[in-house]
Design a protein around this ligand. Structure first.
Ligand SMILES: Nc1ncnc2c1ncn2[C@@H]1O[C@H](COP(=O)(O)OP(=O)(O)OP(=O)(O)O)[C@@H](O)[C@H]1O
Ligand SMILES: [Mg+2]
Length: 318
């Protein structure tokens, strides 16, 4: 296998591992391509990774990786046919990369019960590789949002198209409200959050930022508690399929919209060009990083991966 980084795999600490999730709300924007590329970049930097296809119902990450659907998949674990997640984890040809397939055309992410989801999140946390990357499906189902929120790095994929941008904002808002909901029973603000979620509400609450402002005015004590619970919540915006300078700048404006209008802390992680090499490698069922190791996209992913590895120095790759 061609490699221009030539590092060896170091065994990391077994617990706790670091989870990165790739979501974005819209289908077909490159979430699986991004998840698999980040995973391979991590292995090139000497890290062991488990890549997990959580797009239950329409799992296709195995195709991005160029591997056959393993005999046992997440549905065997979720349904209890196997008891350990390690039994559905397979090695790949890429050194340091393990894979958990989500493939099962009968199992939909919405079918996961709350207990099943919590058990799955706990098991993902116990995986022996120091890095775990979750490829999420499209949409804003509660289970998808919970997997996203369980991650240490919450990556939102977006392409420079109005529909994708709209869905990315919706996805970020929904995840953030979902996070707020975890605090609601404790703080007794269920009703307020339900009101805030209704776009026609009469309190003028249109965003998480409005909700916090409203709480700070009406009940500063609870407002303060809520703020402390959500401090540190940050999403990472990754622009995919970039063609122009204007596209690149979109990440900067999305970041500021997130903070100004939604009260969500966002970071512009970087961008990846639109490149025909992506579909060319996909058709060959070979990961782009393996097929075209010297393409500019590989350098972009490497920069993004390094940014994610150093959360204190996170900055846009522009
Ligand atoms: N940077 C890129 N340049 C060119 N084509 C791209 C790029 N990123 C993704 N694509 C193309 O977009 C298509 C969808 O990619 P992918 O399957 O990764 O999206 P997805 O968000 O995971 O979709 P789904 O929501 O269906 O799971 C693929 O055909 C892929 O080749
Ligand atoms: Mg996908």
């Amino acid at each position: 296998m061609a490699s221009n980084w030539g590092t060896s795999i170091k065994s990391g600490p077994h617990l706790p591992n670091t989870i990165w999730a790739v979501g974005g709300g819209k289908g077909g924007i490159g979430k699986s391509f991004i998840s698999s590329s980040l995973a391979i970049c991590l292995t090139r930097l000497g890290k062991s990774v488990t890549l997990v296809d959580l797009d239950l119902g329409s799992a296709n990450l195995h195709t991005c990786l160029g591997v056959k659907i393993p005999e046992q998949t997440l549905s065997d674990f979720v349904s209890g046919r196997v008891s350990e997640i390690s039994q559905v984890t397979v090695d790949t040809e890429i050194q340091g990369l393990s894979f958990i397939s989500g493939f099962n055309d009968k199992l939909d992410i919405a079918d996961l019960t709350r207990a099943g989801r919590d058990r799955l999140i706990n098991s993902l946390r116990q995986l022996p590789s120091p890095y775990v990357i979750l490829d999420l499906g499209a949409g804003t189902s509660e289970n998808t949002l919970d997997f996203f929120n369980a991650a240490d790095q919450k990556i939102v994929a977006v392409t420079p198209e109005p529909t994708s941008i709209e869905n990315a904002y919706r996805f970020m808002k929904s995840s953030f409200y979902r996070k707020l909901r975890q605090a609601e029973s404790e703080l007794g603000i269920q009703e307020l959050i339900a009101t805030a979620m209704d776009p026609r509400n009469e309190n003028g609450i249109r965003s998480p930022a409005d909700l916090i402002r409203h709480l700070n005015r009406s009940n500063p004590e609870i407002g303060g508690h809520l703020l402390s619970k959500i401090s540190g919540y940050q999403v990472q915006i990754l622009l995919n399929q970039v063609r122009t300078r204007q596209d690149i700048d979109l990440g900067v404006s999305m970041k500021s919209v997130c903070s100004k209008y939604f009260g969500i802390q966002a970071n512009y992680l970087g961008y990846v060009d639109h490149d025909n090499a992506v579909w060319q490698s996909l058709r060959k069922r070979r990961p782009l990083i393996v097929e075209f190791p010297y393409s500019s996209i590989v350098g972009q992913f490497l920069g993004i991966t390094k940014n994610l590895l150093n959360p204190h120095s996170l900055r846009a790759v522009i």
